[in-house]
Ligand binder design. Structure first.
Ligand SMILES: Nc1nc2c(ncn2[C@@H]2O[C@H](COP(=O)(O)OP(=O)(O)OP(=O)(O)O)[C@@H](O)[C@H]2O)c(=O)[nH]1
Ligand SMILES: [Mg+2]
Length: 416
């Protein structure tokens, strides 16, 4: 191995590369080429390659921790399942290769009953079912850690969505103006709140009568983002309260807004909505200012009031709702397996594999009682189960694995 140290000047680096390429026929590595070679030479499996990709793109401590666990530890469970299935295939193949009246066949018969079915049941089916169950919640957690929580700012034009976005970002990422319908595109910032990745979206203001096609398209994008998000910050202008009766609750006034019933209400069932009343500085009559209560927060973007309290409320909600709930009956050993499954692809492969293992076991049990030829079918299902494990670990050389590899390595950079 040779290491060359050159001056950082691009021309000099280019000259050195040209010389090496002309003289020794060397070339620059492609994106992810070193990892790809490690994968091709069985030094890494697909789960580890995905984990490496996650590690390199991690932006928060939680993402880094999760990626390192997958890289060094969690993949072992998948490999163990794979070994167990292949062991069952080997036993069954041997069983079928010997005749029924052979003494060896009798021994293999015992093997089948004492080994194959217990391995299938305890070390494959039950183990997979347990991990899928435990991961139902932790996978959701895993995906959220990897992809981040999505929070969308929604409300009527001029409610102050972009002003809040800029306050939170600490810079002028969105244009603010007194003109209604200023924001048209969705604007995104990423934040790190206590180790968790948060994606915050500023959107076009919603109203029943958009003035032109561009505003209409902006509103369509706002609603699309609403559907994709986990949390909604519904911004309202405190001046709304001025004309209302003193005793009208914040909730009532919010719900009387035409955009509430038209756009927001259909989504309230499966989304958490925080009602944020902006422009509290404008209220001359402070008696109109209501006491804060759950989900209704009062702020002033202009005077930077209440924004810290809003951020604390968000952080507490996110921590409590998404990350502190443990799966039911979580034991010490199941803690170890938390977040094993971080991609929908993993769930699909395991579920398909599991279906085939259950079928295989059924055929073995039927075959055992009736002495029929069911082991053939069991073997077929075991081979299918094994192919799903191959897809999961990237062992099989089918086009699906190639597609996954292509997508993963595209994200890698040169020299990794
Ligand atoms: N007095 C006062 N004015 C505010 C406050 N927050 C925003 N504004 C003003 O309200 C107007 C609209 O603010 P934006 O942040 O552009 O509102 P928006 O909701 O993004 O509006 P669209 O992009 O049109 O949907 C601007 O003139 C802001 O200066 C506030 O807390 N107090
Ligand atoms: Mg705006």
């Amino acid at each position: 191995m040779i290491e060359l140290y050159t001056h950082g000047n691009r021309l000099i680096v280019q000259e050195v590369c040209n010389f090496l390429s002309n003289r020794f026929k060397l070339r620059l590595a492609e994106a992810g080429e070193f990892t790809k070679r490690a994968f091709m030479n069985n030094k890494l499996n697909l789960i580890q390659v995905e984990a490496l990709q996650d590690l390199m793109s991690s932006e928060t401590m939680e993402q880094k921790k999760q990626a390192l666990s997958s890289l060094h530890q969690h993949y072992l469970i998948f490999e163990q399942w794979n070994k167990n299935i292949n062991q069952c295939i080997a036993y069954l193949t041997a069983y079928m290769d010997f005749g029924d009246d052979n003494e060896d066949a009798q021994n293999l018969d015992k093997l089948w009953n004492l080994m194959v079915i217990p391995i299938l049941q305890e070390q494959c089916i039950e183990s997979m079912q347990q991990i899928l169950l435990q991961n139902q919640q932790s996978m959701q957690r895993g995906i959220l850690i990897r992809e981040g929580i999505k929070i969308v700012l929604l409300g009527a034009p001029n409610a102050g969505k972009s002003s809040l976005m800029n306050r939170i970002a600490g810079s002028d990422v969105s244009i603010v103006s007194e003109m209604e319908g200023t924001t048209r595109d969705v604007i995104e910032i990423k934040m790190n709140i206590h180790g968790y990745l948060i994606n915050l979206f500023d959107t076009a203001g919603l109203r029943s009568d958009p003035t032109n096609k561009v505003e209409e398209e902006g509103m369509r994008r706002s609603l699309k983002k609403l559907q994709e998000s986990h949390i909604v910050i519904y911004m309202l202008d405190m001046q709304e309260l001025v004309d209302k009766k003193q005793d009208a609750s914040l909730q009532t006034v919010a719900e009387q807004q035409p955009i509430f019933s038209q756009f927001l209400k259909p989504y309230l069932k499966d989304k958490k909505v925080f009602y944020v009343w902006n422009k509290m500085d404008l209220l001359q009559d402070k008696s109109n200012q209501k006491n804060e209560f759950q989900d209704h927060l009062q702020i002033s973007c202009k005077e930077n009031q209440g924004i810290d309290s809003l951020m604390n409320t968000m952080q507490q909600y996110i921590q409590h709702e998404f990350f502190s709930k443990q799966p039911e009956q979580e034991t010490e050993s199941s803690q170890v397996v938390a977040n094993i499954i971080t991609r929908q692809r993993h769930v699909d492969c395991i579920n398909n594999c599991l279906d085939n293992l259950i079928q295989a076991k059924r055929y073995l049990e039927v075959g055992k009682e009736t002495n029929s030829s069911m082991p053939d079918l069991a073997l077929e299902h075991l081979r299918l189960a094994s192919s799903y494990m191959g897809l999961l670990l990237g062992n099989s050389h089918n086009s699906d694995v190639e597609d996954i590899l292509g997508a993963v390595f595209k994200e890698f950079c040169i020299g990794k």
